[in-house]
Design a protein around this ligand. Structure first.
Ligand code: SF4
Ligand code: SF4
Length: 334
């Protein structure tokens, strides 16, 4: 496993250029690619799912914060794993009775953000295809690979699941810590390669990513191709949003109706709805800093969890290597 490109890492759209092999760190804080866990997974597309550790985003709502926010939770991380070994075990799992019973036909690279581990993933894919040329590959992306990485991802993947976190830059930054422009550029590229798109996934978060934000996202997708598949996922209280209310069934149904009215023809929603929570009262000093109320809500949570900037931009932040938000522990920080 010699990944020379990690000496000048430009795998994701931060394009930090840090020497990961020499211990320098970008926003992802990653060194050599590490695996968190691997398992057969029955959710479509049914697969042998490989969770890679580390992430180039710092989403307030992270579902997999324990592995994305490495190195604070190393007990969840398997570590550096030989790609041939993962390929062999994964091919066996997909072709096993259990794999066939759930309908598994592919490897599914998730995380964290698997982009951080791309050269390692390319090796796994090459080994897996040698062992079983029929094995398929799904890549799960937050839309933030560099342009060059996104081309590489498309070239190794049969399908992509593509998260769009927000459309407005202000909302995207407050929620993820990253600008939206690289994501929207990759959405456009994805639309050109639409046969490989499994679906766009949009998490619906009350008062943060709800109807006005969904309207903006769906209008953007419709402007590219109204037949692109979109799945709306139901927010459940999590990580820095651990006290925020979950999305209700009514909101999810309204979102799908809105998306259809906007022109999308292939939409549905999924997930558990109606988990209770408390809408926060946002201080005026935070509201005054934003043009969109939903950004102010996200900024409130970011500050409460330890972000020291009002306008998040983790790649340029002087606290990116010592960020308190990375050490946030749900329900124990207040
Ligand atoms: S944040 Fe992105 S460019 Fe920077 S080191 Fe991590 S993967 Fe590489
Ligand atoms: S302190 Fe800096 S690195 Fe941490 S979340 Fe805020 S903007 Fe991002």
């Amino acid at each position: 496993m010699e990944y020379k490109e990690l000496e000048n890492c430009k795998l994701c759209a931060w394009e930090c250029g840090v020497d990961r092999l020499a211990g320098e760190q970008g926003v992802c804080l990653a060194g050599l690619p590490k695996v968190a866990s691997c398992q057969l997974h029955p959710a479509p597309p049914q697969s042998y799912t490989i969770f890679c550790s580390s992430c180039n985003f710092r989403c307030l709502n992270c579902q997999n914060w324990e592995i994305a926010h490495y190195p604070f939770t190393q007990y969840k991380i398997k570590g550096i794993v030989n790609p041939e070994h993962v390929a062999r075990v994964g091919v066996q799992a997909v072709n096993s009775n259990a794999g066939q019973m759930i309908g598994a036909d592919r490897f599914f690279f998730s995380g964290g953000s698997p982009t951080v581990s791309l050269p390692w993933i390319e090796e796994v894919v090459q080994c897996a295809k040698t062992l079983d040329p029929d094995i398929k590959i799904n890549f799960d992306t937050n839309g933030f690979p560099s342009k060059n990485s996104f081309r590489r991802i498309i070239s190794i993947s049969d399908s992509l699941t593509f998260d769009i976190k927000a459309y407005n830059d202000e909302v995207h930054r407050t929620l993820t810590g990253a600008p939206v422009e690289p994501v929207l550029t990759n959405v456009q590229e994805m639309a050109r390669q639409k046969d490989q798109l499994w679906e766009f996934r949009i998490l619906v978060i009350p008062n943060i990513v709800d109807l006005p934000e969904i309207q903006a996202i769906t209008e953007f997708i419709v402007s590219l191709d109204e037949t692109l598949p979109v799945s709306f996922l139901t927010f459940r209280p999590n990580f820095c949003l651990d006290t925020h209310p979950g999305a209700s069934r009514e909101l999810m149904e309204a979102v799908v109706t809105l998306a259809r009215r906007t022109g999308l023809t292939n939409v549905h929603w999924a997930g558990f709805s109606g988990i209770p929570g408390v809408n926060p009262s946002i201080p005026q000093r935070i509201k005054d800093q934003f043009s969109l109320q939903n950004s102010a809500v996200a900024a409130f949570y970011a500050q409460r969890a330890g972000c020291r900037q009002i306008h998040r931009d983790c790649g340029k932040c002087s606290f990116k290597l010592t960020c308190d938000l990375k050490g946030y522990y749900p329900c124990q920080s207040r």
